[in-house]
Design a protein around this ligand. Sequence first.
Ligand SMILES: Cc1ncc(COP(=O)(O)O)c(C=O)c1O
Length: 381
Amino acid sequence: MESKHTQWLEINAKALEHNIRQFQSLLGEERRLLAMVKANAYGHGMREVSQIALKSGVDWLGVNSIDEALILRNQGIQCPILCVGYIPLHRLKDAVQNKIRMTVYNEDSIKELAQICRSQNIKAHLHIKVETGTYRQGIHEQEVIPFINHIRKHKGLVIEGVSSHFANIEDTTDHSYAENQLNRFQNFIRIIEKQGVQVPFKHMACSAAVILFPQTYFNMARIGIGMYGLWPSNEVYVSSLLRESPQFVLKPVLSWKTRVAQVKRVPKHEFIGYGCTYKTTRDTCLAVIPVGYYDGYSRGLSNASYVLIKGKRAPVRGRVAMNFIMADITDIPSVQVEDPVTLIGKEKGDSFTVDQMASLIGTINYEVTARIRPGISRIVV
Ligand SMILES: Cc1ncc(COP(=O)(O)O)c(C=O)c1O
């Protein structure tokens, strides 16, 4: 086995490049592509993904926190970085000094930023988030003119963008709510431009929007899940099949691997794992596997999922523990300690996907990958 680790993620650089090219071809050359690498690049490894994405021609990176932004800057990344999450007032200085673009929607943040820019004689690049119906971050229509006027009073504050985010574009094939949000966004842009403000970047599109609706592109899109080779939802996949454009193919980027820690024989009618939730129905051969819920392998997969060993399915028996699972290898001959195990990914023609894992535990693919423990090594292959 090549890896020296107990468990590791393989990040397929070619698949990532392919997915980025797919989005680039939809967006066209003149629009900017912002790669969402927040939440440790949806669990894929922010450092690794950012490097590959930039080499593939991504223009901007998107993070959630100032800490994520600074990790990228400390890695030597010079491209524009937009922080889409909240930056506490006492961290705004770090953002300005490191040229991190900020998503703004609070008067308090503007006051603090104005003070920082004045005292340090530097500029802050702001992206105003407008409320179109997600009710997460953003300012209301009636607030937008006073907000802009407040920003324009300060020489150091530059309105670089206006953004919003769709609430209901993934969960449905009825896109009327998304269309309504798009109309509200366009209205915000009209109001802002009527004030004589030129907005260099207008952005609202996420993966689903880019796949389904060219009218959401404006001049920049923020792509997350699709870049990782995962569909935003089944509904988006189905809707995309109805489109005239050539079929859009996404290639999963991540595989999750480990190795067998112990092989043991268990007689018929013995219980396996905490809570005695599984009783053997035959003389059984088990592989003990050194991965558990601490790593992001959900406890909800107890007695539910399978892993791949020698390309064959080994069902998980008993509860997922903090650091271990047990898998039934009775029907897989001659498994030995250190044999490779695939938790997510392909092996010899069979696979276990992020989407399968998500549906077994009643969640979405975003949550499955984002919860994989950051400390696990990410290996670019
Ligand atoms: C503000 C914002 N923009 C863009 C995205 C990217 O969305 P997706 O991963 O669906 O492409 C996200 C993801 O949650 C987000 O929070």
